[in-house]
Design a protein around this ligand. Sequence first.
Ligand SMILES: C[S@@+](CC[C@H](N)C(=O)[O-])C[C@H]1O[C@@H](n2cnc3c(N)ncnc32)[C@H](O)[C@@H]1O
Length: 338
Amino acid sequence: MSNPVADTLMLAFSAEGGLAVPERALVIGAEPVGRMITWPDVVGWQPLKTKAEAWKRAGFELIEDLGDERWPLVVVLPGKSKDETLAWFALARDHLAPGGTLVVAMPNTAGAGRFEKTLRQATRETRAITKNKCRTFIATDDGSWDESVIDQWRADGLRRTLPGTDYVVDPGVFSAKGVDPGSAFLMEHLPHTIRGKVADLGAGWGYLSAEVLKRFPDVNRVDLFEVDSRALDCARANVAPVADGRDVRFLWQDVTLGIKGRYDTIVMNPPFHTGQTKDLSLGLAFLKVAADSLVKRGKLFIVANRQLPYEAALNETRLPWSIVAENPTYKILLMENK
Ligand SMILES: C[S@@+](CC[C@H](N)C(=O)[O-])C[C@H]1O[C@@H](n2cnc3c(N)ncnc32)[C@H](O)[C@@H]1O
């Protein structure tokens, strides 16, 4: 990660920042920061598969289960949501050794100044380095932190049940506040003939897979592909209870790199954001992978915002497709491998 956030982060370990290179460090939301590779012992925790792989490719050690281990330095590289950032502050606190130092680095556009102020509600003091339109802020555990504030962030980050459902979800994952209306619209329009082997690409916390299993008894296998391990963990909790002995697989994978296997039906509500930026190319990559993963006469059902232009990419696959339903916000596209 040679980027402005990384460069500003590393200033904390320069003469200006005054921090010594730590003997042991944990990076939450790990992204490879080139010069960290020279640190004696640094491990990274990263729920997004694409970033976890980039971290490992750069030669760093990935840790999937933080257990109750503590580190003298914890670096946080926040993601996109406020809930997630506060939950990560609490996670950092849980894994910070007594007297340890917490360092957060993020772009100003992601609300760095605001998050520094919020962190100060708990740590009372912070000091900041600003450069490259980014901010690194530092707090050292001097025994005076207000733990009640951190307790609240920890509680707000806990898994919760969505009102009116049995589904559980972690704050910060996609549609953490309720079933996505696009996905609900897709479920209303799936034909009752769905059977056999189904894939759910970008499965999130498992809504589509759980509903497919509940509604279609002739489905005998569902593979859920998801890049975010926290969402996939929720999906395990949501989908396993309705599997009724059928084969369900939870795959922590980047769909854009391709998937193994061929499916009778693929359902998807493809992602259209990378971090905070709209990114149609992700959805288009999903579409190509899905089109290549259908058995003969297999069907792909996509729900998308009406204004997202998937049609040209559908034409490129040379498979027949149609719009099976529309409402003022969403459209459902069906492609068949005839
Ligand atoms: C629009 S959401 C749909 C989630 C779920 N299917 C639903 O209906 O609630 C898209 C999902 O794709 C996941 N995603 C984004 N990029 C991905 C990738 N490259 N590979 C796999 N999943 C990805 C996101 O984490 C998110 O959970």
